[in-house]
Write a protein that binds this ligand. Structure first.
Ligand code: TYM
Length: 334
């Protein structure tokens, strides 16, 4: 049998997941699960780079797992795991720290943004967060990493670290490729079309959460910032409208041209109502399944145990290899 290529991606349990997370990353996971050897994780280790309430972190971790299942990930086909359950991530992280350059880490735009918000007490983990992300990816020899545009720079770092390690020691890591689907890779805030939709945005009206009830989705879409041109078009000047059209296209699998054709001459209000209904229909289906999974802790734990075992089975071999290459003394080996 031909060996399948490996796909890996993680999502942080650091807030309520948005349709940005869904369209930019998670929906694509589902499309990849049949063809690839897939590892989809919950990045709880990453989350503590910003302060978390412990009981919320635990609850959200479970929520992400239930959502993975609700959107259609099949635990028979893919390994669903929690990052902190696979300690090899931390082992590789340490080794990769030794070849991560401070200069490159300090140029990471996410670090720059987040550190501006938290200048008082900058923690070291926030600084080396991209190295941990590289460890997540390289640990499994991942070929492809489906993510949104905001993770591109981190992916570049993972590629650099793979190359650097391979050169310094010998060929060890697969150099991973980002899988970024342009049309959905950057869903913007509904309140400010120049900023990305983010689960950590303090303005709850800026994002549609996957678990938002129908009336909330309708209200948020209606309140989305557009413009006063009253011209239904898809262009760089009408960023708010363009973002809504991108969302429409992602759900309906149509092109912006088709949407413009359909709504030319219509009011923005009519388009917004239709868009809201489209989002509500898909989210309601997800929510129905989510509610079944979230109340079944036993099932979630079994899935996570299997996922952990499958992940560790691959991860420990890589750590063994890496430790040997860097020169750590291993008992019983030459
Ligand atoms: P996180 O948790 O912020 O986001 C999860 C995924 O959603 C994508 N995303 C978006 N896509 C389109 N439009 C948006 N507005 C939007 N907002 C978020 C993100 O790009 C991401 O794919 N560091 C990662 C988690 C991580 C990871 C990894 C990812 C840890 N280790 C290894 C891939 C491989 C993060 O914080 O994603």
């Amino acid at each position: 049998m031909e060996k399948k290529n490996t796909v890996l991606s993680l999502v942080q349990p650091s807030g309520n997941l948005t349709i940005g997370n869904y369209l930019g990353a998670m929906k694509n996971f589902v499309d990849l699960q049949d063809e690839y050897d897939c590892y989809f994780g919950v990045a709880d280790l990453h989350s503590i780079t910003v302060p978390q309430v412990p009981k919320d972190l635990r609850r959200r971790t479970k929520e992400v797992v239930a959502l993975y299942l609700a959107i259609g990930l099949d635990p028979e086909k893919v390994s669903v795991f929690v990052q902190s359950h696979v300690e090899e991530h931390l082992k590789l992280y340490w080794v990769l720290n030794s070849i991560s350059y401070m200069g490159q880490l300090s140029r990471m735009t996410q670090f720059k943004d987040k550190s501006q918000k938290n200048e008082e007490n900058l923690n070291a983990a926030l600084f080396t967060y991209p190295t941990l992300m590289a460890a997540d990816i390289l640990l499994y020899n991942s070929d492809y990493v489906p993510v949104g545009e905001d993770q591109r720079q981190h992916l570049e770092l993972a590629r650099d670290l793979a190359d650097r390690f391979n050169h310094r020691y010998s060929d060890t890591f697969q150099v991973p490729e980002p899988l970024i689907i342009k049309s959905t890779s950057k869903i913007m805030s509904l309140r400010n079309p120049d900023a990305k939709m983010s689960k950590s945005d303090v303005d709850v009206n800026a994002s549609i959460y996957i678990l938002d009830p129908p009336e909330v989705i309708l209200k948020k879409v209606k309140g989305a910032v557009t413009d006063s041109l009253a011209n239904f078009d898809y262009n760089d000047e009408q960023k708010g409208l363009r973002n809504l059209i991108d969302i429409y296209c992602a759900f309906e699998k149509v092109s912006p041209e088709e949407v413009v054709e359909k709504y030319k001459g219509e009011s923005y209000a009519k388009f917004k109502e239709d868009l809201a209904q489209i989002i509500i229909t898909e989210m309601s289906q997800i929510q129905e399944k989510y509610n079944e999974f979230i109340s079944n802790t036993q099932l979630l734990d079994t899935i996570l145990e299997n996922g952990r075992d499958r992940a560790r089975n691959k991860a420990y071999r890589m750590i063994d290899k890496v430790y040997r290459k860097v020169g750590f003394y291993q008992l019983g080996k030459k």
